[in-house]
Ligand binder design. Structure first.
Ligand code: 2U9
Length: 357
């Protein structure tokens, strides 16, 4: 075949190639190791010098023309591929968001959002604080001085102190958040403090990290009646049951005086315990009037300011409301469990829709 004929044939194939892969196949057939042009160039080696001079410029020109045509076609196809891709991946930003295909809100996050919604409606702000706390904020300010036996009950994780530094702990409750709030702000105070807490304890009903919500109200003339009404209102909204009876039993916490344990009235229905009625009782909260020494530690005069506080495990609240049986599954990151018990990310709890709707 003449070089002209070969050139025409190759150029025709180059323009006929409509994908980058097809074009690459033409390139290999022409310029690859065993390609037609490569073979021609190789054949020059076996020619006499005059013969070589006679054909080499034509071969050279053929190679250059074909190479240039390949490059040009490659650039065209690349542009066309990019245009097609941009067209296919075009996003219409004016459309409403598509429902999420995967991912769900963890029941703990959901319950925290529900708690914030319920207490916001009662005029409470959400307060946060550090999870690595000073010994003073976690214990001493709460009327648990060093060597107090209550410290042993908290199964504390201690951090190794820096030389001459303060001893730090992983907070064993969210109470230090209330201490920080009382020291930073003037009463009246109405806050809840939800968050992670840590205790060196692990079995089917205890994990070394768990979640608590605590609440604190400081104002003039606060008494146990305010506490009971607040907790009743909370329990009714959270469990979406109107017929709720709370029972307060005396108890002891170093940071409250008096301290109470709070039971909610329940009844058995088809083998499961339901909130409501009074045929049975279930303990759900600890609470009490803030101990005067705690107020004093935060610079408040107990003759002027009184308060109530309560504390409750969020993980347990979630289990009670949504029916999980094993606490450890909360922290297993098992996608099947999350799919089953998780919540749609756009389903933000609101009081008007019923917090758990
Ligand atoms: C301040 C003063 C008092 C918070 C309280 C409890 C009782 C309580 C437990 C319930 C189960 C913790 O999650 S749990 O393990 N909590 O029983 N908590 S009174 O009292 C406070 C808090 C802060 C300044």
């Amino acid at each position: 075949m003449s070089t002209d004929a070969l050139q025409s044939e190759l150029l025709a194939r180059i323009y006929a190639a409509d994908t980058l892969d097809a074009l690459e196949a033409v390139r290999l057939a022409a310029l690859g190791k065993a390609g037609q042009i490569t073979q021609l160039m190789k054949s020059l080696g076996g020619l006499q010098p005059e013969e070589r001079l006679a054909v080499a410029p034509a071969y050279q020109a053929l190679r250059e023309t074909v190479s240039a045509a390949l490059e040009a076609r490659k650039a065209d196809l690349g542009r066309a591929a990019l245009t097609a891709r941009l067209e296919a991946e075009r996003i219409d930003m004016s459309l409403p968001p598509a429902p999420p295909l995967a991912g769900s809100v963890h029941p703990i996050s959901q319950v925290m959002d529900e708690l914030s919604e319920i207490f916001a409606d009662l005029g409470f702000a959400v307060a946060e604080g550090p999870e690595i706390e000073s010994d003073w904020h976690n214990f001493t300010a709460l009327n648990i001085p060093p060597e107090h036996p209550a410290r042993a009950m908290h199964d504390t994780f201690y951090a190794t102190p820096a030389e001459g530094g303060e001893r730090m702990v992983l907070r064993t409750h969210t109470s230090p958040v209330q201490i920080r709030t009382m020291m930073a702000e003037k009463p009246p105070i109405r806050i809840i403090a939800p968050g992670r807490v840590y205790r060196s304890d692990s079995d089917a009903t205890h994990t070394p990290m768990f979640h608590q919500v605590e609440g604190l109200v400081i104002d003039r003339g606060i008494h146990l009646g305010h506490l009971k009404w607040t907790l009743e209102t909370f329990v009714k909204a959270f469990f979406e049951v109107d017929d709720v009876t709370l029972r307060l039993r005396p108890s002891y916490f170093p940071f409250t005086e008096p301290g109470v344990e709070v039971d909610v009235g329940c009844s058995w229905e088809n083998g499961t315990l339901k909130i409501g009625g009074t045929s049975s009782w279930m303990e759900i909260l600890g609470a009490g009037m803030v101990h005067r020494r705690v107020l004093e530690n935060c610079g408040l005069d107990p003759a002027e300011w009184q308060g109530f506080a309560f504390g409750c495990g969020i993980d347990r609240l979630a289990m009670l409301k949504y029916g999980m049986t094993d606490l450890r599954a909360f922290f297993d990151a098992d996608l099947r469990w999350l799919k089953h018990f998780g919540f749609a990310s756009l389903d933000v709890p609101t009081l008007s829709a019923g917090v758990g709707a």
